[in-house]
Design a protein. Sequence first.
Length: 84
Amino acid sequence: MGDENTAERVCEIVRRLSPSGHGPAKLSDALFGELGYDSLSLFELWMTIEAEFDTDPRGQQEVFDVIDVQDVVDLVIATRLASE
């Protein structure tokens, strides 16, 4: 699966789970600002992404270091590459 498709899927998941009910998620959207995420909703987002992309669980610290949607996409890609 290409990086562009991964980004589209991540954006859709982020939008769907966004506590703020924000419209379409953009890669530059801040998770904790525009999208209304907090630590609990971020954890839920990552659990959903792990299930959706069939990735191995990551260390909690890596997940909580993300700031925007692009960071989530980058983490998904890195996780998938590490498991290959």
